[in-house]
Design a protein. Structure first.
Length: 396
């Protein structure tokens, strides 16, 4: 992702304060904990009385095999053909190509082209994966950036995956700014020999299967996939690797993002399937997931709405959700919290909802850009604290 203008300005001011012959300070190499942690999803003070599906060790394992068709080989630095982004100054990255695959620990050579007379100061390359060894005042703009090693974490997440690197300088006229950006794909050169899950799980490296649990709908948890590679490289976070595919076994129970965020949709048992493939090989693990929905409190019907395809910039027809108080006393519903390109109106907060009482939430979808859109309406209340309505739709 691109850095904000403020971060760029401060960073540029810092590096340009030193002599042009000085080398930029490299990033800290302190190792970071590979396993992400967060609050437990277990409902305090309660255990589920519902008989649970019994998962055996057969449900968590790595399987090796062959696949008939895979994407472009990861060893080629020519991977990707998207044009480099550049500002109106005309500065562009000549090499490597956008989306080029690089290795942890590799020293990567960059060539940047700038029209004559465009810059009034020095140019440097910087991004989450590092800062160039050179600070140059004149062409040729030829830089070296050392990619962190496989044990390093960077300031916006794990090392493995795609990252942007920006040429930063002062155009004429102007102030320090991103002049052009290139995307690099940092990947391990080999297939992992094992994958293991981490994140919001009941247990990691236990004699019984690892499991992810939810006790409400509309909640998010993080799943991390860690790989062990030849040569003793262990617990490398590959969650954002372009070689890894994350799929939900049942999208009516949970969905999962490419960055490993798992969202509970409805009650049931399923599994997240994580598949790492390179060349003609693949390795796969299954992470069981259970979603349990309370039978009392504020009950939404339906609990999720998919608006389907909608032209960008146009409003959909409205959809309605009924909220029912399923307990023997009144429940106070607070102001609903909405996320995503959706609108809502309701009659649920004007007064406490009596036992058995209902109210209506009306929702409209307006996509502002093409692609899949997700959102939710959280329903804060004084009984279950909060519940949610899950929303989705696609802009076309």
């Amino acid at each position: 992702m691109q850095m904000s203008l403020l971060r760029i300005t401060l960073a540029l001011a810092s590096v340009l304060a030193v002599s042009g012959a000085s080398r930029a300070q490299s990033q800290d190499d302190a190792a970071a904990d590979k396993t992400q942690s967060s609050d437990s999803a277990t409902k305090p003070g309660e255990t589920s009385s519902k008989p649970k599906k019994v998962w055996t060790n057969e449900n968590i394992h790595s399987t090796r095999g062959q696949i008939s068709v895979v994407g472009a080989g990861a060893s080629s630095a020519e991977r990707g053909s998207a044009p480099h982004s550049s500002s109106s100054s005309g500065v562009v990255f000549v090499s490597p190509r956008d989306g080029a695959v690089v290795r942890p620990g590799e020293r990567v050579h960059f060539e940047v082209s700038a029209p004559p007379g465009v810059l009034v100061g020095k140019m440097v390359l910087m991004g989450p994966i590092g800062v160039s060894e050179q600070i140059l005042e004149a062409p040729p703009y030829s830089f070296i950036v050392s990619i962190p090693n496989e044990e390093a974490y960077i300031n916006d997440g794990p090392l493995i995956g795609t990252h942007s690197l920006s040429a930063v300088g002062t155009p004429k006229p102007g102030r320090p700014d991103e002049l052009a950006t290139v995307t690099l794909d940092v990947e391990e050169p080999d297939m992992p020999v094992e994958l293991v899950p981490g994140g919001n799980l009941r247990c990691v490296h236990c004699p019984y299967p690892t499991e992810m649990q939810f006790f409400w709908t509309g909640f998010d948890q993080s799943l991390v996939i860690l790989g062990t590679f030849p040569g003793g490289r262990e617990l490398v976070d590959v969650t954002r690797s372009t070689h890894l595919q994350l799929l939900s076994g049942n999208s009516a129970v949970v969905r999962i993002s490419t960055e490993g965020t798992v969202t509970s949709i409805g009650p049931g048992d399923t599994a997240i399937v994580a598949t790492y493939q390179l060349g003609g090989q693949q390795i796969r693990i299954f992470v069981p997931v259970t979603v349990t929905v309370p039978a009392d409190g504020i009950i939404a019907s339906p609990s999720s709405i998919d608006f389907g395809n909608r032209a960008v910039g146009t409003r959909s027809a409205s959809q309605r959700v009924t909220l029912t108080n399923n307990v023997n006393g009144p429940i106070t519903v607070s102001k609903l919290w909405l996320s995503g390109p959706f609108e809502e109106t309701d009659n649920c907060t004007s007064s406490p909802l009596p036992a058995g009482g209902t109210c209506t939430v009306t929702i409209i979808f307006t996509p502002y850009e093409a692609g899949q859109n997700y959102g939710k309406i959280e329903i804060p209340n004084n009984y279950t604290q909060t519940s949610a309505i899950i929303l989705s739709g696609k802009g076309i």
